[in-house]
Design a protein around this ligand. Structure first.
Ligand code: TRP
Length: 322
């Protein structure tokens, strides 16, 4: 892949779990070495869902610390907080003025969230994908690494590019969606559902869970019986493939095929391997001082703003405001 401008974002809503790591963060760490990358903490997106204002800033700083602990390097990429660059909101407003409501009404994530949060179906929830388009296009990103659940939002982003360019002249280019092969990690307790923090702590393994916590959670993971082909057992094997050595994984896979897989042994080994895989992450996260995280975010915001202000100056002219 030729050099791209990469943009992605994650909402600050709590500690990251294995699904977030395999789906996003692991790829960010690889992408930063070859491309021009922006990784954003989407705090303005996150206020559209029920939240505790006393905890939001701490969640933002914690997510930044997790980015850094996982290996994102501020010398190689731009890490910043959405609310530090107000141009995101400005461009979102301009996009609002060209986005048909009928397109937003089709968004399945909006419909899901509205159904979950019936007492708080706010306009921000509806407008969420327009802000996401602004995030991406402010930096003229060419590729956006996201999970499959974001496909529809990326399609809308491309539609906004076409609408804007048709109306005001060539300005933006359509970004492509970057799907890397992402093993889907399922909930430990409900392996028919994706691992998600909304299911509850016991369903997820967090990247900074201590070894005893990882072991306790995995020991409670449902496997049921059936020779290693149940959803729960398959999920443990998926995690083993990601976090155990190839030799270990291959032997469990062979056991599973032969119908001799011992769940207790798989669980013990897997718990040890996951805890070991993230040992460095835990150490780094503990060592990061808030002051240092804040300094990195301030520098990231400054760098992001340089591009964002340029884009906005051009956009204001194009739409006839200036
Ligand atoms: N909507 C994304 C999610 O929930 C987060 C996000 C916000 C994002 N802005 C973005 C992802 C821009 C990619 C690009 O996962």
């Amino acid at each position: 892949m030729p050099k791209q401008t990469i943009f992605s974002g994650i909402q600050p809503t709590g500690r990251l779990h294995l699904g977030n790591y395999l789906g996003s963060l692991r790829h960010f760490v690889e992408l930063q070495t070859k491309h021009d990358c922006y990784f954003m903490i989407a705090d303005y997106h996150s206020i559209t869902e029920d939240y505790d204002p006393r905890r939001k800033r701490a969640q933002t700083l914690e997510l930044a610390a997790e980015f850094l602990a996982a290996g994102l390097d501020p010398k190689k990429c731009t890490i910043f907080v959405q609310s530090d660059v107000p141009e995101h909101l400005e461009l979102a407003w301009i996009f609002n003025a060209i986005t048909p409501i009928s397109l937003l009404e089709r968004m399945t994530q909006y419909k899901d969230k509205a159904a979950r949060q019936t007492k708080n179906v706010n306009a921000g929830l509806f407008d969420y994908p327009v802000l996401q388009a602004a995030d991406i296009l402010l930096y003229h990103a060419t590729a956006v690494p996201v999970g499959a659940d974001q496909d529809q939002h990326l399609e809308l982003t491309r539609e906004i590019v076409r609408l804007f360019n048709n109306r005001f002249g060539a300005t933006f280019t359509e970004p492509k969606t970057l799907h890397t092969n992402v093993p889907k990690v399922m909930s430990l307790l409900a392996p028919d559902k994706k691992m998600s923090k909304s299911l509850g702590d016991a369903h997820c393994i967090h990247l900074d869970d201590e070894p005893d916590v990882v072991a306790a959670k995995i020991s409670k993971a449902v496997t049921d019986t059936g020779g290693g082909t149940s959803l729960g057992a398959r999920n443990l094997l998926t995690m083993s493939e990601a976090f155990s050595s190839k030799k270990t994984y291959d032997s469990f896979l062979a056991d599973s095929a032969a119908g001799t897989l011992q769940y207790a042994k798989l669980k013990q080994t897997l718990a040890k391997d996951i805890a070991g895989y993230f040992a460095d992450f835990r150490t780094k996260k503990k060592k990061l001082h808030t002051k240092r995280v804040e300094a990195i975010l301030a520098a990231g915001a400054k760098r992001a703003a340089r591009t964002a202000t340029k884009t906005m100056a051009a956009v204001r002219k194009k739409i006839g405001i200036r």
